[in-house]
Design a protein around this ligand. Structure first.
Ligand code: MG
Length: 223
């Protein structure tokens, strides 16, 4: 059971206390709570790079200003590590995210499930705190489905999952199909590049929409 959960993630999960009788909202951070692309574009500029907005992917879309050639996948990995190290604590919060989570916290418990590299988890925590989003953080590695199954194991109330990346919805659908999956991409430019995730229940376009949707489902008791 739960063999897909990374060894560095399990201890984080075991320190969380989930109330089995209270609804649970599991939210991603980048492009859901934080304007990742706004921060990344600015960071790329400092490295003589730019994002060309041709698809919903980092690899292939990060190009050199001088040659217009995309950088290699291997270089993207290192660049992202530097980005998280230098910018993660200061990324701007998405409009309405803090207010949305605050109103949800009157109805549900909230966990932030982010694939920020665990060594930068404290910086992400700092960003959450300064953005007015003081909720528990899991710095995940890899697929999210089994982690969501772990978090919702034995839960006797509705659970919701919010993420921008389609394969995360597919993973949650595979391992925790009972969780209602909400697809949201904060950046309007990025959102235009992608339709609703195949394995999400619905695509939503703002934090007021997300919090209204979840609260409506919790208070009417239906899916
Ligand atoms: Mg994300």
């Amino acid at each position: 059971m739960f063999t897909g959960i990374h060894d560095d993630v399990r201890p984080q999960l075991e320190t969380l206390r989930i109330d089995k009788d209270r609804p649970l909202v599991i939210t991603d951070a980048d492009e859901v709570l934080f304007n990742f692309m706004v921060g990344l574009e600015e960071f790329l500029g400092t490295r003589e790079l730019y994002f060309d907005w041709s698809s919903f992917a980092l690899t292939g879309n990060i190009r050199r200003i001088t040659s217009r050639e995309p950088i290699e996948q291997q270089e993207v990995g290192g660049l992202l590590m530097d980005f998280f190290d230098q910018r993660c604590a200061d990324l701007p919060a998405v409009d309405g995210a803090a207010e949305g989570l605050a109103s949800l916290s009157g109805h549900a418990q909230i966990v932030v499930l982010s694939n920020v590299p665990p060594k930068y988890a404290e910086k992400r925590r700092a960003g959450l705190l300064s953005g007015g989003m003081d909720f528990p953080l899991i710095a995940n590695i890899g697929s999210k489905g089994e982690v969501v199954r772990f978090l919702t194991d034995g839960l006797e109330a509705p659970a919701f999952f919010i993420d921008d990346i389609p394969h995360n919805h597919s993973s949650v659908n595979k391992h925790a199909a009972h969780v209602q999956r909400l697809h949201y991409i904060a950046d309007a430019r990025l959102s235009k590049l992608l339709g609703p995730a195949e394995h999400s229940h619905t695509r939503l376009h703002s934090w007021p929409e997300i919090s209204d949707h979840i609260i409506r489902h919790i208070t009417t008791g239906g899916f």
